[in-house]
Design a protein around this ligand. Structure first.
Ligand SMILES: O=C[C@H](O)[C@H](O)COP(=O)(O)O
Ligand SMILES: C=C(OP(=O)(O)O)C(=O)O
Length: 446
């Protein structure tokens, strides 16, 4: 256990972005109930992910992290969960083909229910209400009742996370994930989409390769029938995260067993803050979001504090500085980490630095900005003798219209057609696949 850390030590630090509840007694009862419920993941799985991230750090694998901006409790349905898994599986296949590397699949799923916000309140037509903070805390519709922080939502969030994870596990292990049957991963609406055509060609080559492997193997290769799939979410609501943080029965320390990979957001990464203190003491691999104002020495201090033993796979730095700023901001961060010889996995989130508002005030992201940030990140890492080891995307397998651009040429006028996100705009199927093909051209073994 790290020095001076205990399961409550975060409580003596300033905790930003935390909801307050009208009835603290009700909150305490809910937290007591959560503490008795079984964990969602196991410490063995968490350790296995850490080993895979260590491989990505060493240049032997690549990380694909993606999913909703904000999962919704109502969206915990088979179709929606399967379609997220399908698009991530299809993307990972494209990346494997392009790079010849192992792909680590990490969903923003089964717990991505809490959102940090820029403002505590939202005003519409002269009425001001608390901001929506994710379905773990309050609800999205703009009414006093929906925007009230409700401790019972913590239990609902835990339950929906468990249901989601149960379905993902079944799909990942069974015939659904079998590489011989990639037709299972097809989304209903994609037939005539250009990106699907490119994907179909790739799957046909895979079919030939599998026939060859099957012909020369004496027995079926189990790995071809299943996939590894891990979960992640922002560790934001600290009472909730604490209730799922448990001491390992193996005596290997404390783990957050509400997810495989918790991350610290850009708004809560203060080195003296409660979020950093909470995650300092757990054994999970963790992510840290790095925005454009981060100072190199600040990032070095954070990495040293969170990974004092310099353990491979422990820290993933997810930079999200915005297109046009990568060349000026990223080199100093990379050099500072190289100078202190800290082992980190570098990942680019090309979404969060590129949110813009339309003339009607709707949040969107331009596909070209997302792609530009990603391409610059590859180039800057290369020129610094470093390696971009993964991508972090907000995406969905559904046919939404939230980000503009991409090969189908979505415009601001199209956004109203299927703008379904509760928080930030996500890439739709076609845009996500287009990004995957672009990345596949960039990834090279170290
Ligand atoms: O997903 C990230 C943040 O929660 C989101 O960008 C905050 O949005 P806001 O600036 O509208 O509060
Ligand atoms: C809030 C998020 O990102 P960031 O902390 O980078 O703004 C997020 O990824 O949901």
């Amino acid at each position: 256990m790290p020095a001076n850390w205990n399961i409550d030590s975060w409580k003596s630090r300033p905790a930003s972005q935390q909801p307050s509840y009208l009835d603290p007694q009700e909150l305490n009862e809910v937290l007591a109930a959560l503490r008795l419920l079984p964990p969602l993941v196991t410490s063995w799985e968490v350790d296995s992910l850490k080993q895979q991230l260590a491989k990505a750090q060493a240049g032997e694998a690549w990380l694909l992290q993606g999913g909703d901006c904000a999962e919704s409790l109502d969206d915990c349905q088979s179709e929606s969960i399967a379609s997220k898994l399908k698009v991530l599986l299809q993307m990972s296949l494209v990346l494997i083909f392009g790079s010849g590397q192992r792909i680590v699949r990490l969903g923003r799923i089964a717990g991505q229910y809490a959102k940090p916000r820029s403002s505590d309140t939202e005003s519409r037509d002269g009425q001001t209400l608390p901001s929506y903070r994710g379905d773990l805390i309050n609800r999205a519709p703009f009414s006093t009742d929906h925007r009230r922080n409700d401790p019972q939502l913590l239990l609902r969030g835990y339950e929906r996370s468990a249901l989601t994870l149960n379905f993902i596990r079944a799909l990942s292990e069974g015939g659904f994930a079998d590489l011989h049957h990639t037709e299972n991963w097809k989304l209903t609406f994609v037939e005539d989409r250009p990106e699907f055509e490119r994907y179909r060609e790739l799957v046909n080559s895979l079919g030939d390769a599998l026939k060859f492997i099957d012909a020369i193997s004496a027995k079926p290769i189990a790995e071809l029938g299943r996939v590894d799939f891990f979960t992640s979410h922002e560790a934001l609501h600290l009472d909730y995260e604490q209730s799922l943080t448990r001491e390992s029965v193996r005596g290997t320390g404390w783990y957050n067993l509400g997810t495989h990979f918790p991350w610290i957001g850009e708004r809560t990464r203060s080195i003296t803050g409660a979020h950093v203190e909470m995650l300092r003491g757990i054994r999970n691999p963790i992510g840290i979001k790095i925005g454009p104002t981060a100072k190199p020495e600040e990032v070095v201090d954070l990495v040293r504090l969170l990974n004092p033993e310099n353990e491979p796979g422990r820290v993933t730095l997810i930079h999200r500085v915005g297109q046009g700023k990568v060349e000026t901001i990223l080199p100093a961060l990379i050099e500072a980490i190289q100078d202190c010889r800290s082992q980190v996995l570098w990942v680019c989130d090309p979404m969060h630095g590129n949110t813009v508002s339309t003339t009607s005030g709707q949040k969107t992201r331009r596909f070209d900005d997302v792609l530009a940030e990603l391409r610059s990140a590859f180039a800057v890492h290369r020129s610094c003798g470093s390696r971009l080891g993964g991508v972090h995307l907000e995406l969905t397998g559904e046919d939404v219209t939230e980000c503009v651009g991409g090969s189908s040429g979505l415009t601001e006028d199209d956004l109203h057609t299927a703008y379904n996100t509760h928080c930030d705009p996500r890439l739709n199927y076609e845009q996500a696949m287009e990004i995957a093909f672009s990345i596949a051209n960039e990834i090279k073994p170290f």
